[in-house]
Design a protein around this ligand. Structure first.
Ligand SMILES: NC(=O)c1ccc[n+]([C@@H]2O[C@H](COP(=O)([O-])OP(=O)(O)OC[C@H]3O[C@@H](n4cnc5c(N)ncnc54)[C@H](O)[C@@H]3O)[C@@H](O)[C@H]2O)c1
Length: 417
């Protein structure tokens, strides 16, 4: 049996979704107005399919309770779906979660392991740094008396039912395997890929997704402001043509390679075109903050790489650089992050740098006369150094993972798990 606390968009969908999968579900909400309407079979907000499902399951597999005690006593798992609005300073207001956790734990009297699942969106580290200590302050040892899970929800309003019933992925952030297993079993009937990760990783995955969406929207809006400032641009058509790019929906959908961290963009087009559009927009009276930040972050990430290496390896050591091209399957070395990173290392006194790239060695050598040694193969490079820095995501570096990982690896392309 399952209890769901908070019967808004997420909670009601969760409760009815689990009912649909055959579970007996208890629902609880502090809003009497809401629970009264729900009991009459009316969904207090617009969301397709929910009223139908509410009427189908109400009082057989879905029970709205006024008193939590019985529901909590009978449930092995309790989902918290209360709101987490912004405070004035932008931080998340956790007071609804704390209130709900308090009400639930007050009902736990028997020594029976129950899993508390935070489904509300909370910023990374909140479950382990705020919610867990709070539960412990109420006298419960997390991991022994109760389990704790962060299980973000990815549904879109308007599509809540189909998103919940056919999820692309289910993320279970767990404080222990025991809790993770219980949560995974509950989701078994959904037949979706399940990712069991740490509490904080689960929270991060949710914010990674939402902030990307927010960034894309603001990006599109900033572009519309740039276009209006320049003038004579058909904004609607421009975006419709952008959407024809196969990278959005082709197989594989190559857009994924752009939304993946690395050590900065390079090559002939992205750096110069971004700079040029910023300059053109400013000339026309609009200063595009996102694009200026895009350029700044590209600089920041390269500075980070150099700082990270120099904090761990002294200048007297030999450093092996794997990858010179700005991207794999290309010998283009224009504006490649490798150039800037190697230059910064040299400036910081690193004299022994050995480099290897499957395709771009000659081009790099000719374009930039940097004092580095060129290795003829990965193995030749590995034989000369204990430190390997991966700057380009070549397949060859993946197939040679075993030998490369015998060294201290700085994997800035996140090739290895
Ligand atoms: N709406 C979405 O599309 C969506 C999608 C994914 C995640 N989320 C996240 O899920 C959480 C809930 O969002 P929502 O849109 O369902 O919010 P909502 O405001 O629609 O619902 C929250 C419900 O919790 C109830 N509540 C508050 N305190 C309570 C308590 N102590 N005990 C019992 N009930 C209590 C409220 O009365 C309300 O009905 C938020 O953290 C939100 O960020 C929302």
């Amino acid at each position: 049996m399952i209890t769901v606390i908070g019967l808004g968009f997420v909670g009601l969908t969760t409760a009815l979704g689990f009912s649909d999968k055959g579970y007996l579900v208890y629902g609880y909400d502090t809003s009497v107005v809401k629970t009264e309407r729900l009991r009459k079979g009316m969904v207090p907000f617009y969301e397709p399919y929910l009223d139908e499902k509410l009427n189908q399951y109400m009082n057989n597999r879905f029970h709205i309770v006024d008193d939590l005690k019985d529901a909590v006593d009978r449930s092995e798992i309790i989902f918290f779906c209360v709101g987490t609005p912004s405070r004035a300073d932008g931080s998340a207001d956790l007071s609804y979660i704390f209130d709900a956790v308090k009400s639930v734990t007050e009902c736990i009297t028997k020594p029976q392991f129950k899993v508390l699942v935070i489904k509300s969106s909370v910023p990374p580290a909140t479950t382990s740094e705020c919610i867990k200590p709070y539960i412990e302050s109420l006298g419960f040892k997390v991991g022994e008396d109760v389990g704790l899970i962060n299980n973000p929800e990815f549904l879109r309003e308007g599509y809540a039912w189909s998103n919940f019933m056919n999820p692309d992925r289910i993320v279970i952030g767990q404080e222990s395997d025991r809790s993770g297993e219980i949560a995974e079993n509950i989701y078994g009937p959904f037949r979706a890929p399940i990712y069991r990760v740490s509490l904080t990783t689960a929270e991060f995955i949710k914010y990674l997704s939402n902030t990307l969406l927010a960034t894309l929207i603001s990006f599109a809006n900033e572009q519309s402001l740039i276009a209006r400032a320049i003038g004579d641009i058909d904004i609607r058509t421009a975006f419709q043509v952008l959407h024809r790019d196969k990278r959005w929906f082709g197989t594989p959908a190559a857009m994924t390679s752009y939304v993946f961290p690395g050590c900065g963009f390079g090559g002939y087009c992205l750096p110069k075109d971004t700079l040029a559009l910023v300059s053109q927009s400013i000339k026309n009276g609009y200063s595009p903050n996102i694009l200026k930040s895009v350029i700044q972050v590209n600089e920041d990430i390269q500075q980070f790489v150099v700082r990270d290496i120099t904090e761990q390896v002294g200048p007297e050591e030999t450093i092996g650089i794997l990858g010179l091209a700005f991207k794999p399957n290309s010998n283009d070395i224009r504006e490649t992050p490798a150039k800037r990173i190697i230059e910064m290392l040299i400036q910081k006194g690193y004299r022994n740098i050995i480099v290897y790239d499957p395709m771009a060695m000659q081009e790099f050598k000719e374009a930039y006369s940097l004092p580095v040694e060129y290795a003829s193969s990965i193995n030749a490079l590995l034989s000369k150094t204990g430190y390997v820095v991966i700057l380009t995501a070549w397949d060859e570096f993946v197939t040679n993972e075993l030998s490369i990982r015998k060294k201290h690896v700085f994997d800035y392309r996140y090739l290895y798990g």
